[in-house]
Design a protein around this ligand. Sequence first.
Ligand SMILES: [Zn+2]
Length: 79
Amino acid sequence: MRRLRLRQPGRGSVPGASQQCCECGYTDIRDRALQARFRCRSCGVVAHADLNASRNIARKGDVAWAAGRESRVPVTSRR
Ligand SMILES: [Zn+2]
């Protein structure tokens, strides 16, 4: 059995991150026609595609991290 591929060809590790605007969250796969540049059709922001994607990934990471932290069982003082 082969090892799981961490990345699919032509895509980042987080699906959709490279198609989503880092400013307003608008997503359009057609925006990746130019691979090196992301242009939002909603708010018009222009950013480097990788930078835009990294911002989205960082934001997702923050949400996941915060959600995981908040879901912890409250510390009990009794023991
Ligand atoms: Zn936008």
